[in-house]
Design a protein around this ligand. Structure first.
Ligand code: SF4
Length: 311
């Protein structure tokens, strides 16, 4: 039986991989990472260190696992991509059990190519860069009768895996012939705080986005599905990243010649209207938190949300 963990560079999938490794051993275990080419540099560090920890490998004398300060500026896209290309090549030599997939585009490339700015209901970024890439690899390399895939959803979000009415990732994938499991939704019942403790015990630094207040370690703090509170946090903690996405949003508006935006304005009981990241920032700079009082964090769920596998 092959055991494939959907390894997102987040804490949950790392803990799921630890549980699977303990239960079934390492021989038939693979970790599958789908790269949006736009992860936080520290997510790449955690991806490599976390995977090495699962497989009991010491990479110290084999390769440099870069800290986030060693990465080039993410805004220099050519340099950034080349750096990732070389890092991926090194990892594939020293840790081939970590399957590091990429489409070759990042989320903004996909929005431009699809002529569509994603939203909380339609997410071409994760559909194309994550789910399609993972499916391609699974179909080519695994027999569904002889494979179990695992995700890092924990019991606090168990409905995303199986809502008991045929919805959720598990039942949906089963309809397509694939067996999916969520090891953190049953014993040993690990939630995020348990996972952080486990990480400390293994001497792995948690991904820095968590300590900045983000609940997910995806897309460098960006997510097309996120809400006001999430973007307020991004603006306050990673202003360069916010500024980059603000600019990209302006570019796609001009390209599509449409009044589209990532956020929506529902203030004062108004009908939902587009709210650009630029307008949101300007509102925040003028009126502070009162101006962005919406407490909606929204959130990522690239492999698990309702839209997953239905498009
Ligand atoms: S984290 Fe958000 S922006 Fe990134 S690929 Fe997933 S849905 Fe898209």
């Amino acid at each position: 039986m092959q055991h494939i963990v959907m390894f997102s560079a987040g804490a949950g999938s790392w803990a799921a991989a630890k549980v699977v490794a303990k239960r079934f051993g390492l021989k038939d275990l693979r970790l599958l990472f789908t790269d949006t080419l736009m992860e936080d540099p520290d997510a790449y560090r955690f991806l490599i260190e976390g995977a090495a920890n699962v497989f009991g490998l010491d990479l110290a004398d084999k390769m440099n696992v870069p800290s986030h300060t060693e990465f080039p500026d993410f805004r220099d896209r050519s340099k950034w991509r080349l750096y990732l290309h070389e890092l991926r090549a090194q990892v594939s030599v020293h840790m081939p059990q970590l399957i590091w997939l990429k489409d070759g585009r990042d989320v903004w490339d996909v929005f431009f190519d699809e002529r569509f700015l994603g939203n909380s209901r339609r997410d071409p970024c994760s559909k194309i860069l994550k789910r399609r890439e993972a499916d391609r690899w699974l179909t080519k390399n695994c027999d569904p009768h002889n494979t179990i895939c695992y995700v890092g959803i924990d019991f606090t979000e168990a409905h995303r895996f199986d809502d008991g009415s045929g919805g959720g990732l598990g039942p949906r994938r089963a309809l397509e012939g694939w067996r999916y499991e969520a090891p953190l939704c049953s014993e040993p019942w690990m939630a995020k705080w348990d996972i952080m403790e486990l990480m400390q015990g293994e001497n792995i630094a948690p991904p820095r986005l968590y300590s900045l207040g983000f609940s997910h370690n995806n897309c460098f703090g960006f997510c097309i599905k996120a809400g006001h509170a999430h973007y307020r946090l991004l603006l306050q903690t990673l202003p360069d990243v916010y500024s980059y996405h603000e600019q990209k949003e302006q570019e796609i508006r001009a390209y599509l010649k449409k009044d589209v935006s990532i956020l929506a304005d529902r203030r004062n009981g108004n009908r939902k209207r587009p709210l650009t990241l630029r307008a949101f920032r300007e509102r925040f700079e003028k009126d502070g938190n009162n101006a962005t009082g919406d407490s909606d964090y929204g959130g990522c769920g690239c492999f698990t949300d309702q839209s997953v596998l239905t498009e």
